[in-house]
Write a protein that binds this ligand. Structure first.
Ligand SMILES: Nc1ncnc2c1ncn2[C@@H]1O[C@H](COP(=O)(O)OP(=O)(O)OP(=O)(O)O)[C@@H](O)[C@H]1O
Ligand SMILES: [Mg+2]
Length: 277
């Protein structure tokens, strides 16, 4: 597998801060992978995003994007490979209409007008928001806004999309729609996805979960391996998955299989027990 991001011994302390926000962190992310980065408030997730996107400069250590260690001279080129979707899309909207908004990132790249129109249309089609292109972005629902924000990022044709708490303001349905869309786009467009969240429940579609605490990586594994940590996740300020909690409550009374079950699997197990009762 080919590395798309390779971080080595990264350190960063904010001016005047007592403790480092990123503390000797190393992490490799592979092409087309979906990695969730989870950690409690203040654990360093957004700082890591800012370092990867070159918005702040590390004190020591290196970040390679697509094989190139980033520095002052190549950061602009590296940045064209990365698209970031933030938590609150309202802060990212600049255009009067949805299509203006999606075009904004392209205007910065100096793309000719006619090509821009086609690319905006394509990006809106990918997120199924074509019918809304003349609308004022402020008039959309939270989930629709996030889809437009993703279209804006897709239009710039990044290789990597970083979602920093991008679904935390959505209801469960909106969240599922956006995450399923991201999964589909990852597969179709060969994208690498990094999704950042403090909610362990949001990580189910990803292939790998990295847990960060006090600027350090404290766990790195497949989702089932991380979910199996159960109440040990509390050490890092994280809630254990809902199904784990339910299983430990029911566990003594019912015979359930060992190990992590997702909601669907748990439902099936409960039905099975129900039918033999
Ligand atoms: N601009 C800043 N100046 C000084 N300290 C900062 C600044 N931004 C963040 N920090 C500190 O750096 C640490 C890491 O913050 P960061 O924003 O990366 O956390 P996070 O994991 O993204 O948290 P959240 O889940 O709340 O978004 C925290 O201790 C925070 O207080
Ligand atoms: Mg943050």
């Amino acid at each position: 597998m080919e590395k798309i991001i390779s971080i080595k011994d990264l350190n960063y302390t904010y001016p005047d801060a007592k403790h480092p926000a990123i503390n000797n962190l190393s992490l490799d992310i592979y092409k087309n992978e979906w990695v969730s980065i989870v950690g409690k408030n203040g654990s360093g997730k957004s700082t890591l995003t800012k370092l990867i996107d070159g918005l702040i400069e590390a004190e020591s250590g290196t970040i390679a994007i697509d094989g190139q260690i980033i520095n002052e001279d190549n950061i602009w080129e590296a940045r064209t490979k990365i698209g970031i979707v933030f938590q609150n899309p309202d802060h990212q909207f600049v255009g009067a209409t949805v299509e203006d908004d999606v075009a904004f990132g392209l205007e910065n790249q100096g793309i000719p007008r006619d090509k821009m129109v086609t690319e905006v249309d394509e990006a809106l089609k990918l997120v199924k928001m074509s019918d809304f292109k003349k609308r004022d972005p402020q008039s959309l629902s939270g989930g629709q806004k996030q889809r437009v924000a993703i279209a804006g990022v897709l239009a710039t044709k990044p290789q990597i999309i970083i979602m920093d708490e991008s679904t935390s303001m959505l209801d469960p349905d909106g969240r599922r729609t956006v995450l399923n869309l991201v999964q589909q786009l990852r597969q179709e467009q060969d994208l690498t996805i990094i999704s950042i969240t403090h909610d362990i429940e949001e990580t189910e579609l990803s292939q790998r979960i990295v847990v960060i605490n006090d600027g350090k990586i404290v766990q790195d594994g497949k989702p089932v391996e991380i979910y199996d940590l159960g109440s040990n996740l509390r050490k890092f300020g994280l809630e254990e998955p809902f199904t784990n909690k339910l299983i430990s409550t029911l566990g003594d009374k019912l015979k359930l299989p060992e190990g992590y079950l997702n909601e669907e699997e748990l439902k099936q197990q409960l039905w099975k027990l129900h039918s033999i009762m």
